[in-house]
Design a protein around this ligand. Structure first.
Ligand code: SAH
Ligand code: SF4
Ligand code: F3S
Length: 476
């Protein structure tokens, strides 16, 4: 999943913690509007939620700005996943304090998981914050603003069993006009012992199938060519059609979204190893426009640690799922999340994680050292006993292992030709396009005049760095 400042997440996965970002913008500006400025941190779900919030605000006389100093409302959509994520938010609040001191009418609202975790404590700790609102209460933002304008600082952190914001058409922020997120569910019913998400996002609930399909269709009609279906555990998507009483599974949903148009690529995140079914894998194999890429967080390669983490699968189960992916979708890219230094993890168990990474040959891993979170099962039951230096050293070791694996992957791609969806100009040069192949690999190549973002193109790979493939267009 990802604590990151304000950037629009590059793909389904939570945005990497270390990434720096920019601020959201959109093009709904109206001269009579008040202006809001929003920064988002954390996973793709948070970025997607900020688009719901932008929609609610734009229906209430606000438009987005990137200029914090001239804004009337500053929002920060926060993440609690690791301690560092919360530290980053506190640092940003010190900057906002300065803006508010210079312009006291500016409202400051704290949104997201840290708002949910700290609730009223936030108002006690942060004197310049005007309102605090949790992930299921965004419809209430206009009235929280009104209360704040009347001098009453307030909090709404009610979690809901039903809220999916299905009827709210997100206002796309910082969009490249080609790739977009669609939230298909909210919350999480798993209780991974290290994880704060079930406490900050509440119970799992799935969104109405028809609203998902119409959002995908709408994006396609507006020129988008890739959607990423988002949920903390997409494989447990479950919705019943009230007219037919027929249950819709994630495999059914994937198929329906793939059928919107063969030119619309479909991605999804995140899958849980205990829940991903062969039905899902067969659906991916059946449709060319469902990308051959699965993010399947392992967390650890040791069955004993997985048990302490309450992940409810063993190393062998995880390996069997990887074998099934390789069998049913040959060549599918698989990425993962790894936590090092979880409570009581031995050197031998750390080695088991390294061995699993090498065995699975992940195309990409998001790597973290364990950060104890207040209120979680692990915090209550186990001692956070691995010294910081050991956690960091183990993390450095898995970073090095992944670099090697990624390099091997990329070297193997040289000489291959991939279909690439063009997303825009490359960061480094306006003479180059960037885009991704089905495996989610970033590919940079010289532009061609008659192509533009949203087009598909065949690219022959001629060179690779550890993160990016380079090539040139063939068979235009
Ligand atoms: N729902 C997703 C992940 C959500 S959080 C899933 O189940 O995979 C994203 C990632 O953050 C997790 O996969 C885990 O690797 C990491 N993470 C979560 N809590 C953490 C903690 N307390 N310390 C370190 N990393 C953590
Ligand atoms: Fe957290 Fe586990 Fe739920 Fe993922 S599946 S959000 S790691 S509790
Ligand atoms: Fe996402 Fe962070 Fe919340 S990873 S669900 S924003 S705690």
């Amino acid at each position: 999943m990802l604590e990151n400042k304000g950037i629009f997440a590059p793909h389904a996965k939570q945005v990497d913690e270390a990434k720096q970002g920019e601020v959201f913008t959109c093009d709904t500006s109206n001269p009579t509007d008040k202006h809001f400025y929003i920064e988002s941190y954390g996973c793709a779900m948070n970025f997607s939620d900020s688009e719901i919030v932008a929609s609610i605000l734009s229906n209430n006389g606000y438009s987005a700005t990137t200029d914090i100093e001239s804004s009337d409302l500053i929002l920060i959509n926060t993440c609690s996943i690791r301690e560092k994520a919360e530290d980053k938010v506190r640092k940003r609040l010190r900057i906002f304090d300065k803006v508010k001191r210079a312009k006291p009418d500016t409202m400051i609202g704290v949104l997201g998981c840290m708002a949910e975790r700290l609730k009223t404590k936030f108002l006690e700790e942060e004197k310049l914050v005007d309102f605090v609102v949790g992930p299921d209460a965004y419809r209430d933002i206009p009235s929280l603003i009104t209360s704040a304008e009347e001098g009453e600082r307030s909090v709404n952190v009610l979690l809901s069993r039903e809220e999916t914001y299905a009827d709210i058409a997100p206002v796309r922020l910082n969009s490249n006009g080609v790739t977009g997120y669609i939230s298909i569910m909210r919350g999480c019913d798993n209780m991974c012992s290290f994880c704060v998400v079930p406490f900050t996002r509440g119970r799992e609930r799935s969104r109405d199938l028809f609203s998902i399909i119409s959002e995908a269709q709408d994006l396609f009609d507006r020129g988008y060519r890739e959607v990423t279906l988002l949920g903390q555990n997409v494989d447990s998507y479950k919705w019943s059609n009230p007219e037919t009483n027929k249950a819709v599974t994630f495999a059914n949903l994937l198929e329906q979204v793939a059928l919107v148009n063969p030119l619309l690529r479909v991605r999804f995140s995140t899958s849980h190893p205990k829940d991903i079914t062969n039905d899902v894998l067969h659906t991916i194999a059946k449709y060319k426009n469902i990308c051959d890429y699965i993010h399947l967080p392992a967390q650890s390669g040791s069955t004993r640690i997985l048990e302490l983490m309450n992940r409810t699968y063993t190393r062998e189960w995880y390996q069997e799922r990887i074998n099934a992916i390789n069998r049913i979708i040959p060549g599918c890219a698989i990425s993962s999340d790894i936590i090092t230094g979880f409570c009581t993890e031995t050197e031998a168990e750390h080695q088991e994680t390294i061995d699993l990474m090498k065995w699975a040959k992940f195309s990409l891993t998001y790597k973290f050292y364990y950060s104890e979170r207040p209120g979680t099962l692990a915090e209550r039951k186990y001692e956070d006993d691995i010294p910081y230096e050991v956690k960091k050293r183990r993390l450095a070791e898995i970073v090095a292992v992944q670099l090697e694996i990624s390099k091997e992957h990329n070297d193997r791609d040289i000489g291959k030709t991939f279909e690439v969806l063009i997303e825009g100009d490359s960061k480094k040069s306006k003479d180059d396009f960037k885009g991704k192949n089905s495996h989610g690999k970033l590919i940079v190549f010289p532009k061609s005049q008659n192509l533009s973002p949203g087009d598909y193109v065949q690219v022959l790979i001629t060179d690779a760095t550890s993160a990016t493939l380079k090539g040139h267009i063939v068979n235009e």
